[in-house]
Design a protein. Sequence first.
Length: 464
Amino acid sequence: MKNKTIFLDGENLSIQNVIDISENNYQVDFSKMVREKISEGRKLLEKQINEHPEIPIYGTNRLHGDLKDKDISLDLIKEYQKKYIKVHNCGTGKALDIKVSRAIMVIRLNSFAKCLSGIKLDTCELMLNMLNRGVTPLILEEGSVGASGDLIPLAMIGAVLIALPEAEAYFEGRLLPAKTALNNANLKEIELGAKEAMALTNGSNFISALSIFAIKDTENLIKTASVSAALSLEAIRGEKKAFCKLINDNSRKHKGQTEIAKQIRFLIDGSERMTKKAQEIKLKNQSESTVGERVQDRYSFRAVPQVHGVVVEALDKLKETLEIEINSATDNPLFDFNKKDKNTGGIYFASGANFHGQALATVIDYLKIAITSIALMSDKRSFSMLDRNLSYGLPADLAKNTDKADGGLMITQYSGASRAAECRILSTPSSVMSISTSANQEDFVSMGSIGVLHLKKIIYNTEN
């Protein structure tokens, strides 16, 4: 399977494709047609720059950000690329997992495969070869604000491509200077040309890559959460009817609710504790008033489909948004090399904001909030099972024998409460936390980069 090749065309990259290339080491390539279109586009862009230097093109023959009106002379364009990458290569924090860094590269290359960026084919070839030969840039977690693209993380890829002395990359299990890693893989660094530094760094690919692996983790979490809820119901001899088709299929057709209820029904099928007969048995620690059929359980037990189901639907929305995002051209400006523009004397191009991470940031926040609800529900059930007044006969603190110095499991709920409380804090929406940047030229940013890191921690906390 490792020899399988996935071809990037800018249109058909799937979430699973990204995982297969970045984690399962599938090969990646461009078709002959994509290569030809990239090469032809590059020729037209260079012709435009050389023949019409008076026509301003952002980040190409003009500087970036608040300095967008300042010219770059033709003889300094290559020097500008190096300076741009060097100054943007300023990430901090923990290193990303290798699979995430690889996923970022895959998504960036797929954006180039749309042939709207004006990048050189040689630059793409080096990135393809790095993926296929296992050279992975060191990318640090912190620094992006999720607009103008994930500038700082993506610049750390650019720093390896041009082998800046401070850049590092993984190769064969070791973290090496970029130049050494490339040489060990029989690769050579490149010199970036006009527009390429901008093309490499404009895009929400850091957010997208982390989101893809968050999807995998959330899918596993949903299953684990259903098992946890079912075991809790079994422990308290819960009411089954809350999960029946009348409630969850016929009367309220939320996809997530229906799916979770089906999972719970499967898990509790055949239970001998969740029966009227079992509920009529008075356990040693049970008060008389709680013996027998209880009509309905607390929300944290009976509302599992309604609450956990929201995660299913939030996850679907994130998948839908990601499938669009990873098949988009997200740098700035973009070029239509098939369209002439009399105002430029050559190709048609436009500056915009496809790099902006708000579409992802908003749905990431939605998923953060939904998963936090699972964490809070789980904590409530733990609390109930440890409290002798709420557990329908379970021993206080689940202590088996207090006469033999068994102090029970009280402290486990503390651990869960700590994680649930942190989830509450982390689930505060990041997408409304914009801080102006670049002298107010970039005055509303998505902070999706922070949101997706919070999502990662929320998933971890909820799992544990």
